[in-house]
Design a protein around this ligand. Structure first.
Ligand code: XIL
Length: 403
């Protein structure tokens, strides 16, 4: 089955430069990845130009898609994701604790559905994530009576899982976060202690990339982490990735999660990281971008780093003050201007969710707060950050600063 016919996109000239008629963009000739039901074209009503159209000559612009969206319980967020973005990362539906919670019992339904929707839209699916110390069932590491498995058994399970999962989505999932968050935050060590590392040894990372490449040689394979755009973690990430590349490990890109906080911008550090990863010959994907407007001690995205909220930890329950929204818009804009300067290297920017209401940051690192980290508000309306990004997209960028 082929993707739906292309819909015409008619730009209306001034005075409203960003408005367009009939937004839908379909890629001609894309191979179908599922028995997709074709959706009717959206109304040819006037609406603001979509982000995916604004950045179509620059890089993919993605979002995370929740399991609620994929299970029919949040149609509004799903519609927003499909209207605005052209790359979809399942927020949870391709993690090992979803795909193979019990050994040998695969649950493909939600992930397959995402592939099917992306196929209809001509969008790219990003697989997230094969090897991680979180959201991975214990059975991988346990043998009879819960005893730890040998290296051989763990390696066999790692390879089998990757071969099965990457094989299932072969040709449909174009990019994979193969290994997530393997580098330690501690100054005293390079690799984080994880169940996979304990069971297999340091080469679990190289082995994961080799297995993924064998299962789908055309997929773009990504090493993904948080804070690898920050000075404290970048040098050891660069050194580690270089050692993998020197051994011929098939790795194509670095994923910089970019879970940022409004009061801790470090654009210069991120730009330096892009340059250094590019110098290794790697592409850069911004994989989980969001900008929390709330304070927290924690600077990373270690999902176990929980905090207790004090009285002043949740200040915007009744709405985001316009000046904070403007500050956030400005930081998003500066970040995108920088990504555009390096668009030869930065090939995708994914925002971690379509709208503020469903962002993981409402429950992380403190549960039950009201954060406003994303581009669209709880009603799906564009925030000032969207207009700032459309402006950035429409402004010519200086020549790429990369070697
Ligand atoms: C988060 C999801 O957004 C949450 O819904 C889930 O409860 C925990 O994981 N780094 C990652 C993502 O690589 O998978 C995490 O996603 C956020 C931090």
């Amino acid at each position: 089955m082929r993707s739906p016919a292309a819909f015409k996109s008619l730009k209306i000239q001034a005075p409203k430069r960003y408005w367009t008629l009939g937004l839908s963009l379909a890629l001609l000739g894309a191979t179908s990845c599922a028995n997709a039901q074709q959706t009717p074209p959206p109304d040819a009503a006037m609406k603001p130009i979509a982000l995916k159209d604004a950045f179509k000559n620059d890089f993919l612009i993605g979002t995370a898609v929740s399991y609620q969206s994929l299970q029919g319980n949040d149609d509004a967020s799903l519609a927003l994701a499909r209207a605005q973005f052209n790359a979809f990362t399942p927020e949870n539906s391709m993690k090992p604790d979803t795909l193979e919670r019990n050994e040998g019992e695969f649950r493909w339904k939600d992930a397959d559905h995402l592939v099917e929707l992306a196929d209809q839209d001509g969008a790219t699916v990003v697989g997230h994530t094969l090897v991680w110390h979180q959201q991975t069932p214990r059975w991988f590491f346990q043998g009879e009576n819960g005893a730890p498995v040998t290296r051989e058994v763990a390696l066999e399970r790692l390879r089998k899982y990757i071969t099965t999962v990457v094989g299932h989505f072969k040709g449909c999932v174009k990019q994979w976060d193969v290994v997530n968050e393997a580098i330690s935050d501690s100054p005293n060590e390079v690799l984080r202690p994880t169940p996979w590392r304990t069971a297999i040894g340091d080469d679990y990372i190289a082995e994961a990339f080799r297995a993924a490449h064998a299962a789908d040689p055309d997929a773009i394979l990504i090493y993904n982490d948080y804070n690898n755009d920050r000075n404290y973690k970048r040098p050891k990430t660069v050194a580690f990735l270089k050692s993998l590349l020197d051994q011929g490990v098939p790795i194509n890109a670095v994923g910089m999660q970019c879970h940022w906080q409004l009061d801790k911008p470090a654009l210069d550090e991120t730009e330096e990281a892009i340059k250094q990863y590019a110098a290794l010959g790697l592409k850069v994907m911004v994989t989980e971008f969001d900008i929390s407007v709330l304070k927290s001690r924690n600077q990373g995205a270690d999902i176990t780093a929980r905090e207790n909220g004090g009285n002043d930890s949740n200040p915007y329950v009744n709405g985001l003050p316009p000046e904070v929204a403007a500050q956030q818009a400005d930081l998003y804009k500066q970040a995108f201007e920088m990504f555009l300067r390096h668009k030869d290297v930065v090939r995708r920017v994914t925002i971690w969710g379509p709208q503020d209401g469903t962002s993981w940051l409402n429950n992380y690192p403190i549960r039950g707060r009201t954060d406003y980290a994303l581009l669209f508000d709880r009603e799906g309306k564009p925030k000032p950050a969207v207009f700032a990004l459309l402006q950035a997209a429409a402004t010519p960028v200086a020549a790429p600063a990369n070697p």
